[in-house]
Write a protein that binds this ligand. Structure first.
Ligand code: I3S
Length: 132
């Protein structure tokens, strides 16, 4: 018996602190990279980067909008994810996320184990949403 899409997406929820920067805004390459440490939530097919990294894990996962201001929200539907090529950053463990509206983000964590769980969760989110 197939479960409704909402249930499939809910099982993918994930939250944590990541380093991220936006490199392209709707097709326009930004002149400078500004890396920030950001509380990040994957919920309901949307990846949200918050302005600060201090929001508590439990609260942030439940009701992120009430606790701090989202800086960027990325709809995973139609997005693509890959490991960033070396020329995009000198940092290790960098993911590149391209949204359907032509924006690009780099996502990084020094821990390979942690970035790998994000890679998996975001990739699964993208493929779940594209399957419908
Ligand atoms: O693509 P870039 O210019 O090498 O990116 C670096 C800059 O954003 C740099 O800022 P300043 O130009 O203010 O120093 C950052 O500190 C670096 O982290 C950026 O390079 P990496 O390779 O870390 O993404």
């Amino acid at each position: 018996q197939a479960s409704p899409p909402e249930e499939k997406i809910k099982t993918l929820d994930k939250a944590g602190v990541l380093h991220r920067t936006k490199t392209v805004d709707k097709g326009k390459r930004l002149r400078k990279k500004h890396w920030s440490t950001s509380w990040t939530v994957l919920e309901g097919g949307v990846l949200t980067f918050f302005k600060d990294s201090k929001t508590s894990a439990a609260g942030g996962l439940r009701q992120p909008s009430k606790l701090s201001t989202p800086e960027y929200t990325v709809e995973l539907k139609g997005a693509s994810l890959s490991w960033a090529p070396k020329d995009k950053s000198s940092k290790k463990n960098v993911l590149e996320l391209r949204s359907r509206d032509g924006s690009e983000y780099l996502i990084q964590h020094d821990s390979e184990a942690i970035i790998s769980t994000w890679h998996k969760a975001i990739a699964e989110g993208i493929s779940e949403l594209s399957a419908d």
